[in-house]
Design a binder for this molecule. Structure first.
Ligand code: SAH
Length: 345
């Protein structure tokens, strides 16, 4: 049987494992948790104030999950750094560091590959290979923070994979990174992006979290969305927007709708008008993203004029809109592109 991952455990869980399975004092649980999450320990040997016998028992009973840096690409333009990580089971994933005026943000992957099959996304090309443990998601953040020597101020679950398709581990990740005994990252500094798994959005709404929910919409209607995102055939847009409404009603948090503009597909002013109609009564904001051209698909980004015209329509109709600053465009920082290049090699 595979060893449990201690980095994915809450302090109470470490404590009860110590006391119930090893006959050791429970207070060591919090101490070990701090080693893993505050000091970024990667082995039990580093935990010098924990008695050797406990360290040996732990090393026999559990593992410390990790993500090692295989490759790094730094943008010459804007300080974005893309990391290719290797997991203990040989899967590879990507994490991205982005520099903003408020500090560093890290983009985390929840899965190696993805099974959602969005037609514009490089992560979807070869399907899902692995769903990450919470500890493996945390390792991406800790490694990047250690590598840059800077604290991480926000985390976005927008790397490869669908976080809500790895629900339990993702939720654990959020609670662990938010833990006062660990990184203590505020929930409002965490964004989870989903392609729209409706049942899971309802579940998430009941978790009483203050994280930001970002929903990848990319279309103003089912007809266009069906062409881009297979999930749209399962859940109609009306159904998705109702779930979003429920999320914002429960949490009082504004939803972010992501909309990647693809030339001639979803970027007309008619599309913008239709989108504004559908979103007009929602507590939300639209983030327009020029699509990253992915060469195996035939999508080209919209012109700056088309993007601005799209934004203007939304604004005039009272829908809040921002155009995403395009970071890392010179280093293939679009989802899954670095990993895909590595696997192709
Ligand atoms: N599965 C989640 C999170 C991962 S992708 C989701 O679908 O939201 C993070 C964001 O990048 C999503 O909005 C996704 O639709 C978008 N994305 C994927 N490929 C892209 C591309 N080629 N250009 C622009 N955005 C892309």
């Amino acid at each position: 049987m595979a060893k449990r991952d201690i980095k994915s455990m809450f302090p109470e869980e470490i404590s009860s494992m110590l006391s119930e399975e090893m006959g050791e004092p429970a207070f060591r649980g919090r101490q070990i948790f701090k080693w893993l999450h505050e000091k970024g320990a990667e082995s039990f040997d580093e935990m010098t104030d924990i008695p050797l016998k406990i360290r040996e028992n732990l090393a026999g009973a559990v593992k410390i999950s990790n993500a090692r840096i295989i490759e790094k690409q730094a943008s010459q333009k804007d300080g974005t750094v893309k990391y290719l990580f290797g997991l203990d089971n040989d899967n590879t994933i990507e994490g991205v560091l982005m520099e903003y005026s408020f500090g560093s943000a890290v983009c985390v992957s929840a899965q190696a590959g993805c099974r959602m099959g969005c037609s514009f996304c490089a992560s979807a090309v070869s399907g899902l290979s692995y769903s990450l443990l919470a500890g493996e998601m945390l390792s991406q953040v800790y490694k990047i923070s250690k590598d840059t020597g800077k604290p991480v101020k926000s985390v976005v679950l927008m790397g490869s994979g669908e976080p809500l398709d790895n629900y339990e581990n993702t939720l654990r990740f959020i609670k662990l990174i938010n833990s006062p005994h660990g990184m203590n990252l505020g929930q409002r500094h965490i964004t989870l992006s989903t392609c729209g798994l409706v049942d899971k959005i309802y579940m998430l709404a009941e978790e009483e979290l203050q994280i930001t929910l970002a929903v990848s919409l990319h279309a103003p209607n089912d007809e266009i969305r069906n062409r881009l995102m297979p999930i749209s055939r399962k859940h109609k847009m009306d159904e998705l927007l109702l779930a979003c409404k429920r999320y914002s009603d429960r949490t009082k948090r504004r939803i972010t709708f992501e909309y990647a503009l693809i030339k001639g597909v979803n970027d007309s002013e008619k599309c913008a008008t239709e989108l504004a109609e559908r979103l007009k009564n929602m507590l939300c904001h639209v983030n327009l993203i020029p699509v990253n051209d992915v060469k195996e698909r035939n999508y080209v980004k919209s012109s700056t004029e088309a993007i601005n015209a799209f934004a203007r329509v939304l604004e005039l109709k009272g829908v809040e809109v921002t155009v995403r600053r395009k970071l890392g465009s010179d280093i293939n920082a679009a989802c899954g592109q670095l990993r895909k290049g590595y696997l192709d090699k």
